[in-house]
Design a protein around this ligand. Structure first.
Ligand code: ZN
Length: 64
């Protein structure tokens, strides 16, 4: 579960709701509601299972 870091938005999203991509400054997803960039970290377990963890110490930017 991810939470949009745009304080005026704050929408919750599951991994299936968002598109995670790298726009050059790390992995992020854009909030489908407000467009804010929300950073995530990619984790891969020993058996190759990929998961994403939201980075909460970077404020979103590029609000649209
Ligand atoms: Zn949002």
């Amino acid at each position: 579960m991810f939470t949009c870091r745009n304080q005026s938005c704050g929408a919750d999203w599951s991994l299936a709701d968002v598109v995670i991509k790298n726009e050059g400054q790390g992995l992020l997803f854009r909030c489908p509601m407000c467009g804010a960039r929300n950073y995530v970290e990619r984790h891969e377990s020993d058996d190759g299972e990929v998961s994403y963890e939201q980075v909460v110490d970077i404020k979103p930017y590029g609000l649209q």
